[in-house]
Design a protein around this ligand. Structure first.
Ligand code: RBF
Length: 160
């Protein structure tokens, strides 16, 4: 089966971000992976016109803290969206399920509460190799996809 790079996208479909303000909340667990996601998201925002001064990077200790970090970012009324980046690797314990469930529910609830896009950029993989494949490896970079999603959702939100 041919493996596709899921980060391939048509740039013409992405809005110009020169008037947008975006936060990137990034977990410090599995830094090799989350730094690569951060780089992908940051570069993509710049490529689509978001000004460096309008990108706020907020590190948080682990993926569980992404929701609180995004809430803090969106407390700034000028902030249009929060991109949340983390990596949880399936282990022996049920922590994997608890963290993934908490983050997915937390980010959904936060987006509805704040009425702003909150982007789910949490890698949930079986092992480190799968995480590498999705953070700049053979399956692209989910940070790039998260940034593209943020820009599209900001435009949609501003049309409300
Ligand atoms: N945070 C991550 O971002 N990725 C992980 O894979 C991860 N695994 C964890 C496993 C255990 C057993 C615990 C207790 C925490 C883990 N965390 C992980 C950290 C978690 O997101 C959070 O920072 C801490 O639980 C403190 O609230």
């Amino acid at each position: 089966m041919k493996k596709v790079n899921l980060s391939d996208y048509n740039p013409a479909t992405v809005p110009d971000g020169s008037d947008y303000k975006v936060a990137i909340v990034v977990a410090e667990w599995n830094p090799e992976i989350t730094n690569a996601l951060l780089q992908g998201a940051h570069e993509t925002l710049l490529e689509h016109g978001v000004k460096e001064d309008n990108i706020r990077v907020i590190p948080v200790p682990g993926s569980y803290e992404l929701t609180t970090g995004a809430d803090i970012a969106l407390a700034d009324s000028a902030c249009d969206a929060a991109i949340c980046l983390g990596c949880v690797i399936q282990g022996e314990t049920r922590h994997f399920d608890f963290i993934c469930e908490a983050v997915s529910q937390g980010l959904t609830n936060l987006s509805l509460k704040r009425e702003k896009p909150v982007i789910f950029g949490l890698l949930t993989t079986n092992d480190m190799q799968q995480a590498r494949d999705r953070s700049g490896g053979r399956h692209g970079n989910k940070g790039v996809e998260a940034a593209v999603t943020a820009l599209k959702m900001i435009r949609l939100n501003k049309e409300r």
